[in-house]
Design a protein around this ligand. Structure first.
Ligand code: 5AD
Ligand code: SF4
Length: 481
């Protein structure tokens, strides 16, 4: 226990040992400390969180922001802040490189403002070689924690404030789910909801199971309580989040399927749209397709990462489906919901990928018809089985394939997007357009963006918009009365 860092005297006996009470205790200690400090400075103490990576990290950052604001920090847009936190990603090597560069920049800022505190968290911090490097080369970093203990932020800051020079708190894994902590929302009309944490799939290229730990599902009653609370606060769209939502609920004491959970979320008054992310093709059930087909709230969008179109490469990737399985699944989904928008993730240059294997990927792209596809060059992640495979694909070959894939994906996506021209669709208005303030930006059920003349009073509302002109991956439209 690090409680020796908690102020001496009676307070020590008062530190709660159960969560989340313990964290509320530290948030309050920190809030009082910050209040004093801000009176001395004659201004509020500020914080800035920079989030790298996926929706899971974005959601974690909202929780971290909630803790910081409860502890008395106010948000600012730049890294010129009293407390700067980087929530990192390590899914591909370039994510890491980016973070190291930015930590160096923080070091410069801190040399001008010694009171500044720097914290790092997220997936990259679960890698032992990263921690070694930070200990050796970035001594100005104050606090480092991983993916399993973000709920402890206030406690960790308190340790630093109470005199510990550098605070490192990385847990190898956890079965604990600490909820009911404060959370900020980036938008007041849509929010992410974690339904599960971690991943058990061990795709051979992927580092996520190592840095996010084993799969843990939240109880359906906890998820529904959160969704109801969000609805009561005016949220109309929820995004249910998990690395593999299709295997939701399997490990609960009373197992529940993802499709059953969706049925319950659908019943919540006030929620108009439901999205989810991410689906693994191997676990996508007929029951889920039925629930989606019959639902008025589940959005007409499915993100279904295929990774490769080659059965042999899929086997090497440990994906547990074949090229034909994937195509059959797409066919089933499109038969049930012809208007659905299908998106995917594809990796190019996985070890051992031959020209023929790659042509299978192009073939599936042509046959499946993706509204958009995120394409990635394979990136070697230390500790994953694929990193030890001998036949790594030379970079020039992988890049050449990547460009061919991108050309096909873009051509297909432009064609599929354009087919909605002239339709009137329901749009959730999200924000004022950054380039042109006379335009508002909204999202269709199928996730396409549309810009149309309007004003800020529309933000958060569902309105009908005519899709007049397709501009590649978005539309220019007109509000219908
Ligand atoms: N190299 C390249 N892309 C990867 N992804 C995951 N791991 C790697 C890797 N080592 C991609 C997958 C996944 C997406 C989130 O990132 O396509 O679906
Ligand atoms: Fe990574 Fe595969 Fe798990 Fe997705 S399903 S997080 S790609 S291991």
């Amino acid at each position: 226990m690090q409680d020796s860092f908690i102020q001496a005297g009676k307070e020590q006996q008062l530190v709660p040992t159960t969560e989340p009470e313990r964290q509320y205790y530290f948030m309050e200690l920190l809030r009082r400390h910050n209040e004093k400090k801000s009176t001395e400075l004659g201004r509020a103490l500020t914080y800035h969180i920079e989030t790298f990576g996926c929706q899971m990290n974005a959601k974690d950052s909202e929780k971290l922001a909630g803790i910081l604001e409860t502890a008395g920090y106010v948000p600012v847009d730049s890294e010129q802040a009293d407390f700067v936190l980087y929530n990192t990603c390590t899914v591909r090597e370039n994510a890491n490189t980016k973070v190291y560069g930015r930590i160096g920049y923080l070091g410069n800022l801190k040399s001008k403002n010694p009171d500044m505190r720097i914290a790092l968290c997220g997936c990259m911090m679960q890698e032992p070689h990263v921690i070694e490097k930070i200990k050796k080369s970035y001594r100005f970093v104050d606090i480092v924690f991983g993916t399993h203990n973000i709920y402890m932020l206030a406690e960790l800051i308190w340790r630093r404030v109470s005199g510990q020079k550098q605070v490192f708190e990385i847990l190898d894994g956890t079965s604990k789910i600490v909820e009911e902590l404060p959370s900020e929302h980036k938008y007041r009309f849509k929010a992410g909801v974690n339904i599960m944490y971690g991943c058990n799939n061990f795709c051979s290229y992927c580092i996520v199971p190592y840095v996010r730990g084993r799969e843990r599902s939240r109880k359906p009653e906890d998820i529904l309580a959160e969704v109801k609370k969000l609805a009561s606060e005016g949220i109309v769209e929820v995004m249910l989040l998990g690395q593999n939502v299709n295997s939701y609920g399997k490990t609960l004491d009373n197992p529940v399927s993802f499709a059953q959970l969706l049925r319950e979320v659908e019943k919540v008054d006030g929620i108009e749209r439901i999205r989810f992310m991410t689906s693994h093709p191997k676990d996508l059930s007929d029951e889920l397709i039925e629930v989606m087909r019959d639902s008025k709230k589940i959005c007409r969008h499915l993100h279904l990462p295929m990774q490769s179109g080659s059965t042999e490469i899929l086997r090497q990737m440990n994906r547990k489906y074949t090229k034909e399985d994937y195509l059959r699944l797409v066919e089933k989904i499109k038969t049930a919901m012809p208007e659905i928008s299908l998106t995917t993730d594809i990796i190019v240059g996985f070890p051992g990928e031959t020209e023929e294997n790659f042509k299978d990927t192009l073939d599936v792209v042509e046959k499946a018809g993706f509204d958009s596809a995120y394409t990635f060059l394979y990136s070697k992640r230390t500790g994953t089985p694929a990193a030890a495979m001998e036949n790594q694909v030379p970079e020039d070959i992988a890049k050449e394939r990547f460009n061919r894939l991108l050309a096909l994906v873009s051509e297909q996506s432009a064609k599929l997007t354009a087919k909605h021209t002239g339709e009137v669709a329901e749009v959730l208005v999200e924000e004022q357009n950054e380039q042109d303030a006379s335009l508002m930006t909204g999202r269709l059920s199928n996730n396409l963006l549309v810009h149309f003349p309007g004003d800020r009073s529309l933000i958060g509302k569902l309105v009908p918009v005519k899709l007049e002109e397709c501009k590649g991956f978005y539309y220019i439209g007109a509000l219908q009365q």
